[in-house]
Design a protein around this ligand. Structure first.
Ligand code: SF4
Length: 354
């Protein structure tokens, strides 16, 4: 056998080697995969779901080794919620979320200091797509975490507790949620966070109740209203659903918007013969199309994939499982002080939404 054919054979055996390792670990291992993962990775998952859904399941799992196939903040969230003895791992720690990286914790501290300098009570509200360090800053200032599914509830919660809310990092989710609860556009302000927070317009911020951090998701920012118009023309009678990380003009032009779980439900509940156009990450859209084939036609609003989610592959999943087996894998570590404050922010959300 040549060197090339040996490595081809090894590559072909990857799924079988993962299966064998999962069997060897038994209940000591749980592989969690986000809906935006490829089918090649998803097929090895014990659980699939959205980020918070999966992390919330962690403490009830008997597994000691949690392997999170998603982006880094998700593995960190799993580490935050893990019970004693559990460790969270990610096959590629360089799989970061572009949106979460737009809001580093030091910049958030600087921006928060600017908008509260006058003595205003500003409640920070962090989308779950943020680092543990950012969640900890939010927790330390009496704020909470939210998801795309409970953002409206949590925005009302935060508005009731302060003069204003600092919503981060997604300006689109902030605007769509404000629309959903009927907050007057005149009461909203998108912050300029350039220059380490020095460019925040404090006078404009003083006059607003919703201060939106200017981040966005590179995947959902690619959808636009022209694509919606084109889809309606090409598929008369279709229904169109998008994720609320899309721009407000897109959300206003479609029939529904919702979290990944809401999108999955929308497609599952569509009547036989329907055509559903979906505006979210392409791996989920393709999977829904395959699962519904012959009953509902599921089409992407446009092809938009998350390159960071795509960093997780069967190859690095196998490498991680082998490292775990050999006692060489490094778990995701979060400092105890960060855990304490970030958990406080998460717990406020769980309490408000219980
Ligand atoms: S799809 Fe968007 S929000 Fe999700 S991980 Fe990728 S960049 Fe981040």
């Amino acid at each position: 056998m040549t060197k090339n054919s040996e490595s081809n054979a090894a590559a072909r055996n990857i799924p079988e080697r993962i299966d064998a390792l999962r069997k060897a670990f038994g209940s000591d291992l749980a592989i969690l995969a986000h809906h935006y993962q490829t089918d090649a990775v998803i097929r090895h998952a014990d659980l699939r779901g959205d980020s918070l859904e999966l992390s919330r399941r962690v403490p009830e799992l008997s597994a000691r080794h949690i392997v999170f196939c998603g982006v880094f903040f998700m593995a960190e969230s799993a580490a935050l919620l893990a019970s004693g003895g559990q460790e969270s791992h990610i096959p590629d720690p360089a799989a970061g979320c572009v949106m979460s990286q737009m809001a580093p914790h030091r910049l958030l501290e600087a921006v928060y200091a600017r908008v509260t300098a006058s003595g205003r009570r500003v409640v920070p509200l962090a989308y779950v797509n943020t680092s543990a360090a950012v969640k900890a800053v939010v927790g330390r200032h009496g704020g909470a975490v939210c998801t795309s599914a409970n953002a409206a509830t949590m925005l009302r919660w935060a508005l009731e507790r302060g003069d204003a809310v600092l919503f981060l990092p997604d300006r689109n989710l902030a605007a769509n949620t404000a629309d959903a609860i009927g907050l007057d556009p005149a009461e909203r302000h998108v912050l300029d966070v350039r220059g380490g927070g020095t460019r925040v317009d404090t006078a404009a911020a003083e006059g607003a109740r919703l201060l939106a951090y200017p981040g966005c998701c590179a995947v959902h920012a690619r959808f636009n209203a022209a694509q919606v118009a084109a889809a309606r023309k090409a598929h008369p009678g279709c229904s169109i659903i998008v994720h609320p990380e899309c721009a407000p003009e897109v959300v206003r032009a479609v029939d529904a918007s919702g979290s990944t779980s809401a999108i999955i439900r929308h497609v599952a509940q569509a009547p036989d013969g329907a055509t559903v156009i979906v505006g979210t990450e392409i791996n989920l859209v393709r999977r829904l199309a395959a699962e519904q084939a012959g009953r509902v036609t599921v089409l992407p609003l446009a092809e938009s994939g998350c390159s960071n989610m795509a960093r997780i592959t069967e190859t690095n999943l196998l490498a991680l499982l082998e490292a775990l087996r050999g006692g060489r894998a490094e778990p995701v570590r979060v400092a105890p002080d960060t855990v304490r404050h970030a958990r406080a922010a998460l717990e406020r959300m769980l309490e408000a939404c219980s």
